[in-house]
Design a protein around this ligand. Sequence first.
Ligand code: TTP
Length: 694
Amino acid sequence: MPIARPEPQNARVIAHVDMDCFYVQVEQRKQPELRGLPTAVVQYNSWKGGGLIAVSYEARKYGVKRSMRGDEAKNVCPTIQLVQVPVSRGKADLNVYRDAGSERVFPLSSYLDFPRVGPDNLQVTYLHFQIEEGLTWAAKPTLPGVIFILATKGRCERASIDEVYLDLTDAAEQMLSETPPEKLEAIDEEALRSHVLGFSEDFEVANCCSSSSVEDSRGQEEHVRQWLCRSDADHQDKLLACGAIIVAQLRMEVLKETMFTCSAGISHNKMLAKLASGMHKPAQQTIVPSSSVKELLASFPIKKMKQLGGKLGTSLQCDLGVSTVGDLLRFTEEKLQEHYGIRTGTWLWNIARGINGDEVQGRLLPKSHGCGKTFPGPQALRTITSVRFATLNFNVEHWLNELCEELSERIQHDLEKNRRVAHTLTLHARAFKVDGLHTNKKFPSKSCPLRYGTAKIQEDARKLFDFGLREYLSLQNTGWGVTSIAISASKILAVPSGTSSILKFFNGSCPSSTFSKELTDVSAEDHLSKETADASVEDSLSFSTSASVVSSLVREHGANSGILTLESFSMWMQEFLQLVLHGKHSIMDFFRGSNSFCSSSQVCDGNEIYPGANGTESEKQLNYKGDGYQSSHIDIQQSATWRFNVDDVDASVVDELPPEIQQEIREWLHSSKHANTVKRGSTIDRYFSPVKRS
Ligand code: TTP
């Protein structure tokens, strides 16, 4: 449910930047000959020419829409160029689009300086290479990608695969105090091409502008210049003017360096900025001054508002007769609360007035990872495992495994590249019951703690599906058909690098520690993002697993024991993770470095350290117990994987630990080496004591 946040007192400048027909632009950059032509990107499923998922503005002029299939699009626009989405594992591979927003590219200008170094048979002008690919160029000048360029002027929140919010308040304040627009000798043409709601239109109407006329455009630009440079404007509008000039510069920078055009909305909050960014596309920007908010919302369709596209919007239409946001002004806050509850009622009351206090979060990386596949019509999946339709892959398990493999690769990539760990695995599906009526009911989404490793994710996803299916079918003994499956990884947190954050990480003050011991239903808002991905993973323990292992250990044994202080343990882990990050790929490697690792077949007796269990065993396991899944905890000691011999511990490892813990560890190792029975009393000793844990 939406939450109403009051607007902060101070004036803000918020921009929403959205790439234009993004997938088409990515394809056009790959194939420059498509530029300027009516083009659409079509889904991997080629039935009737494939479903269109992105349409160029040239094609839109012919009436081509995203909802069409390729054949239909060709009927309305015979010259349309249809480009297939890359396919991998029998489904769309969106990596190329996902990466396009955040890639770091060689500047085209620099590339042109070294044309002979590049592959001969390619058009150098449009080439871009990712630095990560490790190309050995004589010179490697780097320039940031879209997100990085946009993030240079203020707080940046990546909202989806192709859109960001920017909080430009500080940059605008600074510009206003140092170089206010009225003192600028020249204002970029791009800024002068802005649309100012409630201002530009007046000019257009008064002058009956046809956008193609040069005089008209000059006149409009002059008109906008007057608005941007008003010395009698209030502080908020002056800030917006600065914001518009900054956004225009950013958009030009994006175009210059990445060849992508984008559109933007600039206002004093996220909601209004988002509404505005889509008003004039492509490659334009729209400013919403406070004085125009009422007029904008008066005619804005209620169902087009974020969070009102679904049931709530429908209820507003059907139950309250509301068709535009402005219509909400007819109702008191109490009335709206009466219908929709306190929080939602207040939120609705606020949006009717353009009030939205949501902050721009500083986040350049996606909030979640997800991948899914639909199985429309006759493709619906009707069996869990492959029995009769083995060759057709019409079974849930096959596709779950494929999707999980993708997800696993993606989160592993995120972990390695960005040091982020995902904590929650969620399965979403759509299904119908074969009960004569083909009832389409929502398949209950389910989630559980996420364990790294493809096989584990596949195993858990399958359990989530089984559990969801039982709930879906309830007592009816009917068949079913699954029309879509999606799997997502969320609650993604950075691996902490400082004591205070690591304490938070382990201490329950962050979402990671709210692991449910049971499967949890997923709220309607917990959608898959547009972000989906591919990648591959070894089923090995990475430090991500260690983070969740440690967090579970602390919860299980440490936090309340008073034996090992959380702080000292966290310090130790901090160093530990640093070591893992700097060259060692896994905790196993960390210990293996001293050749101390016992294989699971080895017998390890009294002189063993149990620094943790591997992710498989230490995490809560999902076991079906007849009437539902329950969590159970597998004894850590069963995991021989994590046993190693004290005698083999490399002393240098201890030297690298924080000084305040070194002595304690040394004493503990010493006592462990010299006693077959584990010494009691040492804090860490007791903490890891197998006896204690059994
Ligand atoms: P959008 O930003 O919604 O649309 P767009 O960028 O194609 O066009 P516009 O200029 O109107 O903003 O989506 C971004 C990309 O996400 C889009 O290029 C293709 C992909 N996408 C899908 O794959 N399926 C969908 O249903 C939508 C809405 C988008």
